[in-house]
Design a protein around this ligand. Structure first.
Ligand SMILES: [Zn+2]
Length: 251
């Protein structure tokens, strides 16, 4: 009799273990580290720009690490389909993002992303597209044709917490309308400039038709992250690869 109870107890533990393990796998599958980059370059001794630049050798090492460890870069469209319609994500999802739409994005795509087959999300502010030092509309379209995704970063890159309601609404609405006109598909995600947002900004994003928005601080996004406040890891100058790996694997 005692033996029978032990058998039952062991079997129950096995089921519990299996359920816990499966739940852990599902939780893991829904965790998406979103990486925020701005520039790739060797700018010498670190300055106050350090949070916005990553050295080329470091960026290359990070992309190689992702590829060698079977991470799958996803687009915002994939994340939206997952969150809204339960579409499965690939194993070990990660999202690579670049802000501002600098002209060097074309070089970054050609040099590092395209050879590794890594689709990337570029957030551009539409008022700068075509200006010296920034992407042209032909570049924006070429990035999308190459499998990348271009999304909104407002019209003029203001601190959205500091602009009046009418300007807040137009920054949201007009950048989306221009991108949709140029790209010919819905643009339903925005990156708040400077990662600056509050409840009023989030409501304005929703009112303008955005379904997802990203901020500028970690940790990794999960299915539980608010849709209009998805966290991102800020990738900074001279950070060692082990720190990068630690972020990727952080719970
Ligand atoms: Zn920006």
């Amino acid at each position: 009799m005692a033996l029978a109870w032990i058998v039952v107890a062991v079997a129950a533990c096995g089921v519990l273990w299996w359920r816990t393990d499966a739940a852990a796998d599902r939780a893991q599958a829904c965790r998406v580290p979103i990486l925020m980059y701005h520039h790739v370059g060797d700018w010498g001794a670190p300055g106050d720009w350090a949070p916005w630049v990553v050295k080329p050798a470091d960026f290359e090492a990070q992309m190689d690490w992702l590829r060698n460890h079977h991470y799958h870069p996803i687009t915002m469209r994939q994340l939206q389909a997952h969150r809204e319609h339960g579409e499965p994500l690939p194993p070990r999802p990660v999202m690579i993002t670049f802000d501002d739409g600098w002209g060097e994005d074309m070089w970054i795509a050609r040099q590092y992303l395209d050879p590794r087959g890594m689709p990337t999300v570029f957030f551009v502010y539409t008022g700068a597209v075509g200006a010296p030092g920034y992407l042209a509309w032909s570049d924006v379209k070429a990035l999308e044709a190459g499998g990348h995704e271009v999304l909104s970063h407002t019209v003029s890159h203001p601190n959205l917490q500091q602009v009046p309601d009418a300007r807040l609404a137009s920054e949201m609405r007009d950048s989306r309308a221009r991108l949709e006109q140029e790209l010919g598909h819905p643009v339903e995600c925005i990156a708040y400039p400077f990662g600056s947002y509050d409840g009023r900004v989030v409501k304005a994003a929703a009112d303008a038709g955005y379904r997802l928005a990203v901020i500028a601080d970690g940790p990794s996004a999960t299915d539980a992250s608010p849709a209009l406040e998805l966290p991102r890891w800020k990738m900074a100058y001279g950070e060692p690869l082990p720190l990068f790996v630690q972020r990727l694997r952080a719970p």
